[in-house]
Ligand binder design. Structure first.
Ligand SMILES: [Zn+2]
Length: 376
């Protein structure tokens, strides 16, 4: 089993609502405007000189920026320059990168201090350091051992609120390796099957799906304009139903005692097109992706993690002995030709997914341990 991508594993971003005095709010808004001004000086130089090199940009613009915006702390000038250079690089210097005056500001650790124990931050601004407080939910306590890599401050115009986004890196390889992993297999008959023997399906869902399929077929065969209209309405209703089901299932999965949830990386699979099954295929891949999204953000809210693992052979491989053979699976039955192991096919797949998640975690912690020894 080979891991291709992972999300929310050793790098995480957590967000807090900042509590600030009215005066300090105004100061941060002023700082954001000044930051954008510094950004546009660097962006303009980059376009004129067709370069996204940070050092060249610094040498050419730093003095000018400090003179025209003297209140902006020099670290923020540098932050704005880095952002401008990254934006220039992204468009290959073809168009002038623009920044809205109140876009988020990136802070490096020299210009902001974030204390996750007391929920305190001191933030550099055009009027010196500003103190802000924020509430740290108890389940964020796990992050106290993590290392803060960078912080971003954003402003929500509608709610007139400032948000602090803190990027963290896991610093405990052993902790990473010892996390409990739950494998989740997504399917059509069973919407989700988990490696802890839980099946997510119900008669209600089955009946409803069958009814939608029947109605769809009826309307499709008519082919009139009004039938097409009805068909459109039907697919909207079906989508809302699937969304509801996915919300419900993801909630139950994430609220289990597991801290890591492994799913197949479906972006790597090419689904076979079958005639007449086009709608089913579309709805299914959309529904699979939605379930992944829901598990992802619900897990994140609880400080848990999601891993995406390589999807190859998960249904053909024996979760008992590792033997891979296409004929091992027959519909919903799995029977290993080598060791004779028998299990529900979806459950067997979910156990393979969990296995892939575990080997991915141990690989990550190995890489991490190596990094640590070379840097010290
Ligand atoms: Zn076997």
């Amino acid at each position: 089993m080979h891991l291709t991508t992972y999300i929310y594993d050793v790098l995480r971003t957590i967000t807090f609502k900042l509590r600030l005095t009215n005066q300090d709010c105004k100061t941060i808004l002023d700082t954001m405007r000044a930051y954008s001004e510094a950004f546009s000086i660097s962006a303009k130089w980059g376009i004129e000189n067709q370069s996204w090199n940070k050092v060249d940009n610094h040498n050419a613009t730093y003095k000018l920026t400090r003179q025209s915006i003297p209140d902006l702390p020099s670290s923020l000038v540098q932050g704005a320059r880095d952002c401008a250079c990254e934006a220039l690089k992204a468009v290959k210097c073809e168009t002038l990168p623009e920044r809205k005056p109140l876009s988020a500001m990136r802070y490096n650790q020299r210009v902001i201090t974030v204390n996750l124990v007391y929920g305190l931050a001191t933030i550099a601004s055009t009027k010196g350091r500003i103190k802000a407080t924020f509430f740290v939910p108890s389940h964020y306590r796990d992050y106290l051992s993590w290392i803060i890599k960078s912080s971003t401050i954003s402003y929500d115009r509608k709610g007139k609120m400032f948000y602090l986004h803190v990027s963290l890196e896991q610093n405990d390889p052993e902790k990473v390796a010892n996390l409990e992993v739950l494998g989740i297999d997504r399917g059509i008959v069973n919407i989700a099957v988990c490696s802890d023997n839980r099946f997510f399906n119900s008669k209600r869902i089955k009946n409803r799906r069958a009814r939608y399929a029947y109605l769809r077929k009826e309307l499709q065969s008519k082919g009139t304009r009004s039938a097409k209209r009805k068909l459109k309405r039907l697919s909207g209703r079906e989508r809302r139903f699937v969304t509801d089901v996915n919300h419900c299932i993801s909630k139950q999965i994430v609220n289990s005692e597991y801290t890591v949830f492994a799913l197949e990386d479906l972006s790597k699979i090419r689904v076979q097109k079958r005639r007449g099954k086009e709608f089913d295929r579309k709805l299914n891949s959309w529904s699979f992706y939605q379930l992944e999204q829901f598990v992802g953000y619900k897990a994140e809210a609880l400080g848990k993690h999601v891993l995406l693992v390589d999807a190859r052979y998960t249904s053909q491989k024996c979760s008992n002995c590792g033997h891979i053979y296409k004929g091992n699976r027959d519909g919903s039955a799995f029977r290993c030709r080598k060791c004779g192991f028998e299990l529900h096919a979806d459950l067997n797949a979910s156990r393979n997914i969990a296995q892939a998640g575990i080997s991915c975690l141990s690989r990550l912690s190995c890489q991490h341990a190596k990094c640590d020894t070379t840097s010290s």
